[in-house]
Write a protein that binds this ligand. Structure first.
Ligand code: AVJ
Length: 324
C-alpha cells in the first residue's frame, strides 16, 4: 500500500530517475525497441497532450465530455448522492466538475503519482466546490492504495475517464481493474462502482488521423520522449533522424505510436551504445480501441460487472458504469 507524503521518484546521486533509466536501457536493448508510454508525460509531454485534446482530429476528449454533459440525470439516478468519488489520475478541469455536479458526492479523492499536478488540480477543484471534502493522495494507483480515513465509511465510485485503460495491454489492464476493486473496498464486502471511459473501434483512417494530426502536435508529443532521454539520461539520439508514425494494428485493435529511424543511426544513452537501421522503430505507446463486447469482457475479467453504457451521438466513444 502506498502512503501519503513519501517521495515516489527514486533518483541516483546525479538526480537521474532510476526507473526511467532502467526502462529506457531495457527497452532499447530489445529486438523490437519499446519504451513504456508513461515516460511520455513529463511537464512538456503533459502540456503537449493538453494541446492534443484541442485538435480537430482528436475526438476522444470532446466525445467523452459530450457524454458527461448529456447524462447527468442518469448518473444521479444510478450512482446516487454521498459517494466518495475516487479519481484515478489527477483529474481534468472540465470532466471532473461535470461528474461532481451531477451526483452530489460525499468527498472527492484524486489519486496521482505526480504530486505537483495533484495539488494544482485539487486546489482548483476545492475553489469550484467550496463545500466538498477534497483529499488528494499521492500514489501509484497501479497498486492498491490506502484511502484517507475520512472516506472509509462512505460508498465509493471510481472514476477513470479518458480511455487511459486503453494504454495498457490486457494483462496490465486486468491487474489495474483488480487493484481498483481492492482500493475501493470490494474485498471488504462493499459494492463500489466504477465509471470508466473506453474509446471505440472505428474507421482506421479516422483513428490514424487522430494520432497523426496535420499540425504535427502528436509528432512533437512522441518526439519529446527522445528529447527527454537526451536531456535526462545523457543521450545523443539524433532526434531529427526520427519520425513519428501512428499505424492501426488490426490484430490487437490498437493504434500504436512509434519513432522510426529515417536513416541508419548510432547513439549513446547513459553510457551505452545503440544502433537503429533505417526503418527500424521504437514502440512508444498503445491506444487500444474497444467494441461493446471487448469492453465488457475486459471489465468482467477485472472483476467488474457493467450495468450501463453510454456513447456520444456520433458513437465514437463509450462511458461505462460497472459494479464490483
Ligand atoms: C491519454 C492515453 C488517452 O491514447 O488517446 C493521445 C494519449 N497519445 N495522442 C490516447 C495520446 C497520442 C491518449 N490517452
Amino acid at each position: 500500500k502506498t502512503e501519503q507524503g513519501i517521495a515516489l521518484v527514486d533518483r541516483d546521486e546525479d538526480g537521474v530517475d532510476r526507473a526511467f533509466r532502467e526502462d529506457v536501457l531495457a527497452g532499447l536493448s530489445q529486438r523490437q525497441k519499446a519504451i513504456p508510454a508513461r515516460w511520455l508525460y513529463d511537464d512538456a509531454g503533459s502540456q503537449l497532450f493538453e494541446d492534443i485534446t484541442d485538435l480537430e482530429e482528436y475526438y476522444p476528449t470532446r466525445a467523452e465530455t459530450e457524454i458527461l454533459e448529456a447524462r447527468g440525470q442518469e448518473f444521479a439516478r444510478l450512482i446516487g448522492p454521498g459517494r466518495a468519488v475516487v479519481e484515478f489520475g489527477s483529474g481534468s478541469s472540465v470532466k471532473t466538475p461535470l461528474l461532481l455536479n451531477a451526483i452530489a458526492p460525499g468527498a472527492y479523492v484524486p489519486l496521482d503519482i505526480s504530486g505537483d499536478f495533484l495539488r494544482q488540480s485539487a486546489a482548483a477543484l476545492s475553489e469550484k466546490f467550496p463545500g466538498l471534502n477534497v483529499h488528494p493522495v499521492e500514489a501509484d494507483f497501479m497498486r492498491e492504495v490506502a484511502l484517507p480515513e475520512d472516506v472509509l465509511g462512505m460508498k465509493k465510485l471510481g472514476f477513470f475517464p479518458g480511455s487511459t485503460i486503453g494504454n495498457m495491454v490486457a494483462r496490465t489492464a486486468v491487474d489495474l481493474l483488480r487493484s481498483m476493486r481492492a482500493t475501493l473496498g470490494a474485498e471488504e464486502g462493499e459494492t463500489p462502482q466504477l465509471l470508466i471511459g473506453m474509446d471505440l473501434v472505428k474507421d482506421p483512417e479516422v483513428l490514424e488521423a487522430a494520432y497523426d494530426d496535420a499540425r504535427g502536435v502528436t509528432a512533437q508529443f512522441n518526439l519529446n520522449l527522445a528529447r527527454r532521454i537526451n536531456r535526462e539520461l545523457g543521450g545523443t539520439i539524433p532526434v531529427e533522424s526520427l519520425r513519428h508514425t501512428a499505424p492501426w494494428n488490426d490484430d490487437f485493435a490498437r493504434i500504436e505510436m512509434h519513432l522510426e529511424a529515417t536513416r541508419d543511426i548510432a547513439f549513446k544513452v547513459a553510457g551505452r551504445n545503440f544502433t537503429m537501421k533505417r526503418g527500424e522503430t521504437i514502440h512508444t505507446e498503445n491506444s487500444h480501441k474497444f467494441t461493446r463486447r471487448s469492453a465488457n469482457t475486459l471489465l468482467l475479467a477485472g472483476g467488474w460487472t457493467p450495468i450501463e453504457r453510454w456513447t456520444d451521438e456520433a458513437g465514437r466513444f463509450s462511458l461505462i458504469l460497472a459494479e464490483a
